[in-house]
Design a protein around this ligand. Sequence first.
Ligand code: ZN
Ligand code: ZN
Length: 269
Amino acid sequence: MNWFGNLFFPGRCSGCGELLSFKGFVKQDEDQTPLCASCRTKWEDEKQERCGFCNSPISSCLCLTDEMRRAGCLGFCKLSYYRHGTREPVPNRLIFQIKDHRNREAVRFLAGELAPRIRAMLEQQGIPDSETVLTYLPRGLFARFESGTDQAKALCRALSEELQIPAMQLIRRSPFHNKQQKRLSFPERKKNAQKAFSVRMDRRAEDKYVILVDDLVTTGSGMAVCAKRLGKAGARAVLCAAIASDDANREPVAEQPHFTAAQGTRFFG
Ligand SMILES: [Zn+2]
Ligand SMILES: [Zn+2]
């Protein structure tokens, strides 16, 4: 919000809804935090939560979900965990704000937070910006109609501005398979994602590293399906980025063996 907007419409904290104090005549690119001091502290704490796989703070870990790993994705950067069945934690509230409230300040803030993590992931993999494009997993028609926005698209655009990496719409979502992933069981998610998403390749993305953006990753089925299809369509490799990863991805789960030892080695690919 610019100073004019700030003066007449003092913002509310995206975490707790408290009125934010007047920030003064700040320039557009300064002090864009849509959180009060207390929620800001909670948000910083959430980013320090440890990943159960690599023990790094979640905001600097690149661990993939099982689905992403099987699809051959190179890395998955995120800022926090998302806790199911509650709106209380600040990451949940921020996601709710960008989804159902079209909160542009929150989108800008989150893109500003995620961009350096994406940059670090690219550097770690030795991938130059010039070889990279951004794309996103589009909302279903119903979800877009319900909330009036596509938060993944908004986030992708804001990231493109922050990173100066081109954003393209490479993924389409079928209007006929419009079930919302969040309402489905895990096996159903995979099936639904296979039907729902298709890739329309852009010549400019061929042989490039594609960064798939979404707001929240649960199992990563949607990302995995899109990553495989992008690979077939000519992308060099796929990386993933999201605001939050489901809390269920925090701990290594005891793998259920698909085969007994007598049947041979289990295939992990
Ligand atoms: Zn607050
Ligand atoms: Zn990790």
